[in-house]
Each structure stands twice: as structure tokens, then as C-alpha cells.
Design a protein around this ligand. Structure first.
Ligand code: MN
Length: 277
């Protein structure tokens, strides 16, 4: 099995190293990750500037490339450079990605970019308890989740969160009932107002959600859809109101404009020269 590993914490993250180390036990591993941290980048892509793809030595025995772009950029470039990737793994993010945090997560977005490109994606996250988290303790749990998920090629995109000392594994849904983002005003060193987009601690979680299970010490596994359509709302629209046709334009007007467009295509372009004054 061939793995591409990306993240949003950057290529030097210890979370990336532990995921690559575990994945090596399951097959071939290549790393493509951002050169600097890109947390909360979600699915943004760098559409207005060129990107570089540079070989880097970060983990012994693992081919690795760093990209001056977003997590989604990394997966796009990684899959551009090799077409034999079976699964894209993202993480392990230092900080959980649960509930409405999934909208902002660059970790999930890397896995989602894979799913958009037709490759399976699995995102992993864990709490960043202190500056140097002991991630090697998580290795057996990551391996156990991979053993569960890798044979399931019906699962296109999966979000996994690992507590520091898991008591078990639960399949969950994303908690969307409460939003945990807040704006915190502060001052810069010159006394001018600045604002932090911060995260608040939510107090209560709906049962069986990812937040609920994670808080109780479970590894959470959440299958994720790419389709954000509200199918219930769509189904509730009266069938007679689902399609509305506008009055058709005058057929002669349409023919005239098509003829004009085709004439413009074939006529040589003449540029009026400005006088040399
Ligand atoms: Mn991150």
C-alpha cells in the first residue's frame, strides 16, 4: 500500500513524524507537507502564486518534500507527482479537530483534498498537552485505527481524534450544535486595537457526537461527506416549484448576437494607433 502523508502543522512537526513511522509498518510512505505551519487554513489553495516542491530530509528512510503552500496545495502537488497513492494520511495534528472545528481544520482539509482528487483520505489529531507531547505512546492506537480503516475502501474520507490515553474507540458524528469560535479584542504594543480569533471551551456536548465521545476518553472515528447539500431541505421543496424557467429571449436577438460573436472571432483585430504626439 502506498501512502502520501501531509499535515497542517508543517513538515517539522513531531506529529507528522509519528504518523510516518506508524504508516511505514503498513507500506510505502512519502511525505509532502507545508514548509511552515498552516493550521486553520481549511481547504484554501494558493491560486495566485507559483509553488515549489523541494526534497527535504526530515524522517530517516522517508522520502519527503516541503511546499510553500497550504495543506490542500501539498496533497494536490503530492498526487500530481505520483499517481499510485492508495491513501492520503494527514496529521497527526497537535490539537484535536472536532465539531465545528472541522470547517477550519487544515488537517482534515489535506485528507479532503485527497477525496476530491479521488484518493481516500484519513485525518488524525490529538491534543497538544505541552510543548513536547509524548506522541510515541499514541503509535499503537494509530496502528489499530489504521488496521480498522485501511481495509474499508468504501470510506472515502474519515476524521480521527486520539485522546492522550484512550479507553476505547467510538464511531461518532460531527457535533454541529454549538460553535466554539470567538473574537477576543486586545492591544498591540503601540496601544492600537487588534483581535484574536480564538476558541472557547464548550461545556455541553450532544450525546454520541465526536466532542462527547472524545471528552469521555474515546478515540473518535467520524466518516465525512463531501456533499454539503441539505438533502432534507431540498426534498421539502414542492416538486412543482423545483424548476423555474424564465421567458426565452427573442430568437432573432439570440441569432443576431451569435452571428456577431462568430464574426468577431474571425475578423482580424485592428488596433487604432495613438498619434505619436
Ligand atoms: Mn494544526
Amino acid at each position: 500500500m502506498r501512502f502520501l502523508i501531509a499535515n497542517d502543522d508543517g513538515i517539522y512537526s513531531p506529529g507528522l513524524a509519528i504518523l510516518a513511522t506508524v504508516a511505514k509498518g503498513f507500506g510505502d510512505v512519502q511525505v509532502v507537507a507545508p514548509d511552515v505551519e498552516q493550521s486553520s487554513a481549511s481547504s484554501s489553495i494558493s491560486a495566485n502564486r507559483p509553488l515549489t516542491f523541494r526534497a527535504t530530509k526530515v524522517i530517516d528512510g522517508v522520502e519527503a518534500y516541503r511546499v510553500n503552500g497550504t495543506p490542500a496545495d501539498c496533497v494536490a502537488l503530492g498526487l500530481f507527482h505520483r499517481d499510485d497513492v492508495d491513501v492520503v494520511l494527514s496529521g497527526v495534528n497537535l490539537g484535536p479537530n472536532l465539531g465545528n472545528g472541522l470547517w477550519h481544520s487544515g488537517t482534515l482539509a489535506a485528507a479532503r483534498q485527497a477525496a476530491l482528487l479521488g484518493v481516500r483520505g484519513i485525518a488524525f489529531s490529538t491534543p497538544a498537552v505541552h510543548d513536547n507531547p509524548e506522541l510515541s505512546d499514541l503509535a499503537p492506537y494509530i496502528a489499530q485505527v489504521m488496521e480498522m480503516l485501511l481495509p474499508r475502501d468504501d470510506l472515502r474520507l474519515v476524521n480521527v481524534n486520539l485522546p492522550a490515553r484512550p479507553r476505547g474507540i467510538r464511531w461518532t458524528r460531527q457535533a454541529v450544535e454549538q460553535y466554539d469560535g470567538e473574537v477576543v479584542p486586545a492591544k498591540d504594543p503601540y496601544g492600537r486595537p487588534v483581535f484574536w480569533l480564538a476558541v472557547t471551551q464548550l461545556q455541553e456536548h450532544s450525546p454520541e457526537t465526536d466532542l462527547w465521545a472524545f471528552e469521555r476518553g474515546y478515540v473518535t472515528i467520524t466518516p465525512i461527506l463531501l456533499d454539503a447539500t441539505d438533502h432534507a431541505a431540498l426534498g421539502a421543496v414542492n416538486p412543482s416549484e423545483r424548476i423555474m424557467e424564465f421567458d426565452q429571449p427573442d430568437p432573432q436577438l439570440l441569432a443576431d448576437s451569435e452571428e456577431a460573436a462568430s464574426r468577431a472571432q474571425h475578423e482580424p483585430v485592428t488596433v487604432e494607433r495613438a498619434s505619436d504626439g
